[in-house]
Design a protein around this ligand. Structure first.
Ligand code: FE
Length: 171
């Protein structure tokens, strides 16, 4: 009887182990496929630095391609209160809506959410001796600004974006 119970326990644990393995496999491959699908949805814009330099103004090139920052309160959109959509100044992808813009008092256009999660990409930025999270356009890779976690509700995020990286389209 004891032997039988022992065999049963071994079989059960083997079964659970095998189930665990098989259930892990599909979910992992699903994740990979999902990521591939997302990157396919947005057609990337790829240009050389020379090509960007011809298209962009010196300020746009400095901010968007060289990861520069415009001086606070100098851009033309930080105090814009019109209804519309903010596009990437380099490739025209929709990035932010006036509906999520708020007055952060920083002198840079500030938003609590992008128009779509996949329209921006984020990456840790450890320059200037601090940990920040850089925000780029997912279509052309242009530097937009940084995102901080001291924003208003409902997300609690503050996308601090250079005016130079944005083109405003009134709606
Ligand atoms: Fe772009």
């Amino acid at each position: 009887m004891k032997k039988l119970i022992a065999i049963l326990i071994v079989c059960l644990s083997l079964g659970v182990y095998c189930l665990g393995q098989t259930s892990k496999q599909p979910s992992r491959s699903k994740g990979k496929a999902g990521a591939k699908m997302e990157s396919k949805e947005i057609e990337k814009v790829v240009k050389t630095e020379e090509e960007w330099q011809k298209i962009l103004t010196p300020m746009q090139f400095y901010v968007m391609r060289k990861k520069g920052t415009e001086r606070a309160f100098t851009g033309d959109l930080w105090d814009n209160h019109e209804k519309g959509v903010y596009l990437c100044a380099a490739c025209g992808q929709e990035l932010f809506s006036s509906k999520t813009k708020f007055d952060s008092g920083t002198g840079w256009p500030s938003f609590w959410q992008p128009v779509a999660k996949e329209n921006v990409e984020t990456e840790n930025d450890d320059t200037l001796g601090m940990r920040r999270v850089e925000v780029t356009c997912s279509r052309c890779g242009a530097h937009l600004g940084h995102v901080f976690d001291d924003g208003p509700r409902p997300t609690g995020l503050r996308y601090c974006i250079n005016s130079a990286s944005l083109k405003f389209a009134k709606q």
